[in-house]
Design a protein around this ligand. Structure first.
Ligand code: UGA
Length: 484
């Protein structure tokens, strides 16, 4: 992918229009409630009652479903808690012949894929990290791809716009809308008979759940239900592959983590909402015959990554000469001497996503009714070789040629788990998943992208001299503005 993109600034429509508009009617009702009981003005009163019921239902619907995410919703992942600027479903604009034409063109299959019919895939969270790479890979294969993303400001929306611009150049249209917008989803399924949904829209990030817990419920629970509702009502019903998380293993200490291990002891609200998603998916598979595949991603990293993840903001802070906080184990567990992650490179994850789409059996329902059993699958997508976070920092120092100022602290109780390690034999067997990128190789690609995107002068210098002065200059776009 061409790395140098400057994204247009993101726009998140302000929420609250619907509820604000309803307020006066609500007050009006209370003002006139007494006369209503005495039957003085029956027609006026029935009107008032009607509007009041409408107001309350809309307000309730708004509170329950409003603003989740398409990529990674909710509020900005900054150190200072801040309410999100969600795109309100009520304010989204779509429809019309030109819009439908664009949607259809993007979702149209270009080329059959190795003898099998090409897929037509709705990718939610397409302006997110994994979504952007997966959508581009599907398009390269000739599949039809339509993206959906709400471009929320959990982290710098300019990065999301940059990813969407990249997809636009590849012929993938990313609809600016929210997975909680039932009308929009119904419309999309109406316009395109999607064969598959790759559902990657979510509120990601483990530690941010302490700051904005409701954003996780809105995106990962209410948003998922909204998507599944639309999918079960669609005709034909698509098969759904979606992003769960390695974090569902929580306090599990049996390593490497296998799909058969316990997932009933999450350590964070994020993990709990992903686990809830897995249970909710089972319901839709059971009642409506939706084909459902959950992929448990293990700490995915790479170019165009998420600025709220440690490898990304460590890079930014090391270059800016700022200290980084590295957690060490508080001790006590079986393998808790070093905090480690099974870091998995983006290209490997994308191959796993595509393997899951290609092998997903069909949904069996139609018209909202189940006609027979449909596949229900869960796979780990990891790298199978955990690396201590301290070693990640060593590698970054070497690649950036800057010494990190490390502040070593005991891991706080912030939802993080000390260790992850995937057993991938099931994905290997059934999806043909074979990760092939070690952390050193993948991180090099990330660092190259990071420098070209945020700090092109330093990138050139490093390329020319094979070394930097050791004193990194500040990034063009991002060193200080990206959120974490
Ligand atoms: O595997 C997953 O399922 C999850 O992977 C990541 O979560 P995490 O592995 O915690 O990744 P980071 O937040 O980038 O943290 C990586 C490591 O750095 C450590 N860390 C983090 C932040 C910090 O300031 N210092 C520090 O040492 C963490 O404890 C962790 O061991 C993603 O953020 C989640 O969205 C994803 O679902």
């Amino acid at each position: 992918m061409a790395p140098q993109l400057t994204g247009a600034p993101g726009s998140a429509a302000a929420a609250g229009g619907a509820s604000a508009a309803l307020k006066p009617q609500f007050h009006h009702y209370h003002h006139h409630r007494l006369p209503a009981r005495h039957h003085h003005h029956p027609s006026l009163l029935s009107k008032l009652a009607f509007w009041s019921v409408c107001s309350l239902s809309l307000l309730l619907a708004f509170l329950l479903l409003s603003p989740s995410s398409s990529s990674s919703p909710a509020s900005r992942a900054t150190d200072s808690p801040r309410r999100s600027l969600h795109a309100s479903p009520a304010t989204a604009s779509y429809g019309g012949a030109a819009w439908e034409k664009k949607v259809r063109a993007s979702a149209r299959v270009r080329r059959a894929n190795g003898g099998r019919a090409g897929l037509s895939v709705l990718v939610t969270g397409a302006a997110g990290f994994v979504g952007c790479h997966a959508a581009a890979a599907l398009r390269r294969r000739g599949d039809g791809v339509l993206g959906l993303d709400n471009f929320n400001d959990y982290y710098d929306p300019a990065l999301k716009r940059g990813r969407a611009a990249l997809l636009a150049r590849a012929g993938v249209y990313v609809v600016d809308g929210d997975i909680a917008d039932a009308d929009l989803l119904a419309k999309l399924f109406d316009v395109v008979p999607f064969t598959h949904v790759l559902h990657l829209a979510a509120q990601a990030g483990v530690r941010h759940a302490l700051v904005d817990p409701m954003s996780y419920v809105r995106a990962n629970v209410a948003g998922l239900v909204a998507l599944l509702e639309a999918a079960r009502a669609a005709d034909p019903q698509p098969a759904i592959v979606w992003a769960s998380s390695s974090s569902v293993y929580g306090l599990n200490s049996h390593v490497p983590f296998s799909e058969h291990d316990r997932t009933d002891r999450p350590a964070s609200l994020y993990a709990a909402t992903k686990k809830a998603g897995e249970e909710i998916a089972h319901v839709y598979n059971h009642i409506y015959g939706l084909s459902l595949t959950a992929l448990r991603f293990f700490t995915v990293y790479g170019p165009w990554g998420r600025p709220d993840m440690a490898y990304f903001f460590f890079t930014r802070d090391i270059l800016a000469g700022r200290p980084i906080t590295v957690y060490e184990s508080s001790g006590g567990g079986a393998h808790q001497t070093t905090i480690s992650r099974d870091f998995t490179y983006i290209d490997d994850i994308v191959k796993g996503c595509i393997g899951a789409l290609d092998t997903a059996g069909k949904s069996t329902g139609s018209g909202g009714k189940k006609r027979g059993p449909a596949p229900f699958r869960t796979y780990n997508l990891g790298n199978t070789s955990p690396v201590p976070v301290t070693q990640l920092v060593d590698l970054l120092e070497k690649m950036l040629k800057v010494k990190a100022e490390r502040r070593i602290v005991k891991m706080p109780r912030n939802g993080d788990v000390p260790y992850t390690h995937a057993n991938i034999s099931l994905a290997q067997r059934e999806l043909g998943y074979r990760p092939s990128t070690d952390l050193q190789t993948g991180l090099k690609k990330f660092v190259r992208w990071y420098l070209e995107y945020y700090n092109p002068e330093l990138a050139v210098k490093q390329k020319q001299h094979g070394s930097s002065s050791g004193k990194a200059s500040r990034g063009r776009n991002g060193s200080t503005s990206s959120a974490r």
